[in-house]
Structure formats: structure tokens, C-alpha cells
Design a protein around this ligand. Structure first.
Ligand code: PMP
Length: 369
């Protein structure tokens, strides 16, 4: 008999549950015998990519045989111009998930504790577990972060705190005053990660929503992570970035793989940053879609968690997996959130008007409303 290969992995990795990717749409369509599936499951941008991004990708084909720019100079410069930061404050990631993992590896180990909220983004427990650190999950208040309790959960072993703002899957957000009070209470030896994957959807509609980047000069222990996967519409290309104190960026860049963002991603992200028209359309489509979905829920008497993201999580009032399956049978894919301990809820991403209408019609039928 050979050795038990599973036991060769670290304890942290042995405890991991592999990420379960959804089936490809073509495969589902074949299985279900239908052809026009609507996917509202991954908080993607329903608009399709920006023409500026497509054009940049076409030009980048000429560089296919070359390694990408490992320093990401053009994209970093464009980010700095847009967000008024310095180039040595930027770290690029293969999606922002890559950065969350790099941050955990740089600052925490088996002896560490990492604090995050109940119902916080699923990757935080995952990266915590993978490095063998202890996850400290703080109970949520009204589905959102309890920043007072999170500050109280910090002890000598705490190395990191993750805060998603807005949060996925609840769509809640922490206000500027609450965040500042929290940052003032946290010792500077603890790194605070403010994950702003959905921040572009806010667009001035909530005056009390904090702009993490503006807080960087006051809090050297703060890291802001963002992504091109959502409002910028480039989920497939896997590109995100972290903004931080230059000393923190230096540490992150030591661990980052030298070519973690490919040429297509670098070029497309640089191009889309100059496409404010696309961003505005993303926001408008999202706001209108959110309005359509929440009005639909209200008409049906379905409870939902008010969201500032590009998704909304609603209470099916019964076993959510059964509702998920019935929606799927009608060709509408949404996201179960049982892995967050929310067994009666489902999360639906905002789609195009016709997709939102398909979802609402299917839900009304499934729930008998
Ligand atoms: N943070 C949050 C809160 C998210 O919901 C997501 C995407 N689901 C990410 C980070 C990661 O996005 P990406 O890796 O595509 O940048």
C-alpha cells in the first residue's frame, strides 16, 4: 500500500472544503433540456464587456508570445491617476481573491487569529483555514457587521480583520463614522482589510458610505482591495488591486507571483478605467434592476435584505435548496447561501431588465404568489 497522500497536506488544508464551481451553462441546458438559461448567480455585470476593453484585448493579441509586464506599470499609473494614490501603494492581483490570499500569507500563520463577521464573504474563512490560522467569526447585527463587537474580538494573537464593504452575500454596508470609530479602536499592529469589491455601485447614492482610499493616509494598517470583476465587467480576466501604505504594498509584492496578471487583463483593465460611460451604464442598469427586483419582492410579500451591491438576498420562507432547484428547472440560476448558515435565503444578482423579469415570474410561480 502507498502512503496516505491526504495526510501529507497541512492540517489547515486537510480541513478545507473545495470550492464547488457551478456547472457550465451548456451542460445544464443539455441536462434540463432547455435552451435559454438565465444566470443570476455570480454577481457579474450583465451588460457584457466595455467596447474599450474589447478593443484593448484585440491589440494585446500581438503580445501573446511575451510575458506580461510584471510590474503592471500602465494599469498602476491609470489607477493612481483615477484614485489619487502613488504607484508604490498599489499591488495587482489575479482577481481580488488572489490579494486576499496574499494578505493572509504575508501577515498571519498558524499562531494567528483572523477576525471577520458572520455572513462575511466566503473567501475569508477559506484563506484563514488554508494557512492554519484561527477564524474568529463575530455575530452579525441586522445581517451586517457589528464593528464594536469585532473590535472587542481583537486580542494579542489577532493579525488581520476582514471587512467587506458592501458585504457579500447580504449587501449591507458599514457607515463612514462607524468605520472610523472602528479603525481608531484597532491597534496599528493589526491589519484591517477593507474589501470594496462592490464599491463602484454606490456612486454617491449613500452619503455615509466611506471611501476606503481616502482613509489610507490616516491608517497605515489599512488595506483597500477592489476588483474589475463587478461594475467594470471583466470577471473572466481575473484582475483586482490593493491600495495600501507603500511598506505594506512592498510586503505584498514580495509574495505576489511576478506575472499574476496577464497582458489581456492589464490592457483591458487600463482601457476600461477610462470608460466612465460604461461605469455609469453599469450603475444605472443596476439601480433600475434593483428597483425592479425589490418591487417584485414587495408585491409578492417576499422578505429581502436591503442591498447596495449588484445582488439581493431574499427569504424564501422555506428550504431554499428546493426553491433553488425549482427555479433552475425553469432556467433561472441563482445562488444558495446555505454555506453562510442562511438555509432559507437565496441570493440573486441584478440582471438585464428581461432577465430580472424572467426571475420574478419564475419565483412567483415557484412560491405560488
Ligand atoms: N470580495 C467580495 C466581497 C466578493 O463578493 C468577491 C467576488 N465574489 C470578491 C472579493 C472576489 O472577486 P474577484 O476575485 O473576482 O476580484
Amino acid at each position: 500500500m502507498g502512503c496516505d497522500l491526504f495526510s501529507l497536506a497541512t492540517e489547515g488544508v486537510q480541513g478545507l472544503h473545495p470550492y464547488q464551481p457551478g456547472k457550465p451553462i451548456e451542460e445544464l441546458e443539455r441536462e434540463l433540456g432547455i435552451t435559454n438559461i438565465v444566470k443570476l448567480a455570480s454577481n457579474e455585470n450583465p451588460l457584457g464587456p466595455s467596447p474599450k476593453a474589447l478593443n484593448a484585448i484585440e491589440l494585446a493579441f500581438q503580445e501573446l508570445c511575451r510575458y506580461p509586464d510584471g510590474g503592471g506599470f500602465k494599469l498602476k499609473t491609470a489607477l493612481c491617476e483615477r484614485y489619487n494614490t502613488q504607484i508604490d501603494q498599489v499591488t495587482l492581483g489575479n482577481g481580488s481573491n488572489d490579494l486576499l490570499e496574499i494578505i493572509a500569507r504575508v501577515f498571519a500563520d498558524k499562531q494567528s487569529e483572523i477576525v471577520f463577521s458572520q455572513y462575511a464573504f466566503a473567501v475569508y474563512p477559506l484563506v484563514t483555514q488554508s494557512i492554519g490560522a484561527k477564524a474568529v467569526e463575530v455575530p452579525a447585527v441586522d445581517w451586517g457587521h457589528d464593528l464594536v463587537a469585532m473590535a472587542e474580538a481583537i486580542n494579542d494573537r489577532t493579525k488581520l480583520v476582514f471587512i467587506a464593504n458592501p458585504n457579500n452575500p447580504t449587501g449591507t454596508y458599514v457607515s463612514k463614522s462607524d468605520l472610523i470609530r472602528f479603525l481608531d479602536a484597532v491597534p496599528q499592529r493589526v491589519i484591517v482589510v477593507l474589501d470594496e469589491a462592490y464599491c463602484e455601485y454606490i456612486g454617491g447614492s449613500h452619503q455615509d458610505f466611506p471611501d476606503g482610499v481616502s482613509l489610507l493616509t490616516s491608517y497605515p494598517n489599512l488595506i483597500v482591495t477592489r476588483t474589475f470583476s463587478k461594475a467594470w465587467g471583466l470577471a473572466s480576466l481575473r484582475v483586482g488591486y490593493a491600495l495600501s501604505h507603500p511598506d505594506v504594498a512592498d510586503l505584498l509584492n514580495r509574495v505576489r507571483q511576478p506575472f499574476n496578471v496577464d497582458t489581456f487583463a492589464l490592457e483591458a483593465a487600463t482601457a476600461v478605467l477610462a470608460d466612465d460611460e460604461y461605469l455609469e451604464l453599469s450603475r444605472k442598469t443596476n439601480l433600475d434592476g434593483m428597483q425592479a427586483l425589490t418591487s417584485g419582492f414587495e408585491r409578492m410579500g417576499v422578505d429581502y435584505i436591503p442591498s447596495v451591491g449588484n445582488f439581493v438576498t431574499f427569504d424564501t420562507g422555506r428550504d431554499a435548496i428546493a426553491v433553488y432547484q425549482s427555479l433552475l428547472a425553469q432556467g433561472v440560476i441563482v445562488r444558495p447561501v446555505a454555506n453562510y448558515g442562511m438555509t432559507q435565503h437565496l441570493r440573486v444578482s441584478i440582471g438585464l431588465p428581461e432577465e430580472n423579469a424572467r426571475f420574478l415570474k419564475a419565483l412567483a410561480e415557484v412560491l405560488g404568489k
